[in-house]
Design a binder for this molecule. Structure first.
Ligand code: ZN
Length: 210
């Protein structure tokens, strides 16, 4: 997706409707800074206001994502390209998130062990008991917070694939946190076939084998 092209297109269509950035922003209930960011290609409108904005500018969402008015002739083709591009963007973002999860997990574990070491050293130096409890407590609290966050990433980034029927889906946070796991494989119940299996993490929701 070409954000610069989309930005210029938004600016052009806004002017065509005789709207200033501030007027368009007001109609959408957002700041004019947000509109300016779209028009300079720094960001895209949120999906939540995309429809309303397109209606105001007299364009379709497909026009918006292509950065031009799409003729009816190649409408389907362009629509598919836009969709594929959006899916690719999600996949790239998910991959980044999953890398971030590893970084969070590692940093947090190292910090936990460091705090345990500090606590043990203090204990051997016969310091008061809080000199042990405090670092160990801090270590565990940050570890639990980071793990909850990492688990959230694992739930929302990408999909899980059922071993039995090949169905790919996003499980609930509860299902992910309660499931047995080794690495990223989780033992969960498939919402489609209802069977339990060791499900692997995948980036795309389309299973090429089914
Ligand atoms: Zn299944």
């Amino acid at each position: 997706m070409d954000q610069i092209k989309i930005g210029k297109f938004i600016a052009w269509k806004r002017k065509e409707q005789n709207l200033t950035q501030a007027q368009l922003a007001e109609k959408l209930g957002i700041t004019d800074r947000a509109v300016s960011k779209w028009e300079t290609g720094k960001s895209l409108p949120d999906a939540s206001i995309m429809l309303e904005m397109c209606a105001l500018l007299g364009i379709t969402v497909n026009d918006l994502l292509c950065g031009e008015v799409v003729s009816m002739e190649n409408y389907n083709e362009q629509m598919e390209n836009s969709l594929i591009e959006m899916i690719k963007q999600k996949e790239r973002a998910d991959k980044k998130l999953l890398t971030m999860e590893i970084v969070i997990g590692l940093t947090s574990s190292i910090f936990l062990f460091a705090m345990l070491a500090v606590g043990i050293i203090f204990m051997t130096l016969e310091k008061p008991i809080w000199a042990f409890i405090l670092p160990v407590g801090i270590g565990f609290v940050q570890f639990i917070i980071c793990m909850a966050f990492a688990l959230r990433i694992e739930q929302v980034a990408g999909y899980y694939e059922c071993r039995k029927c090949g169905h790919r889906y996003v499980p609930s946070y509860k299902a992910v946190s309660l499931a047995m796991h080794t690495g990223r494989m989780r033992y969960m119940k498939c919402p489609k076939c209802g069977k339990k299996s060791w499900q692997k993490k995948v980036i795309s929701d389309i299973n090429p084998e089914i």
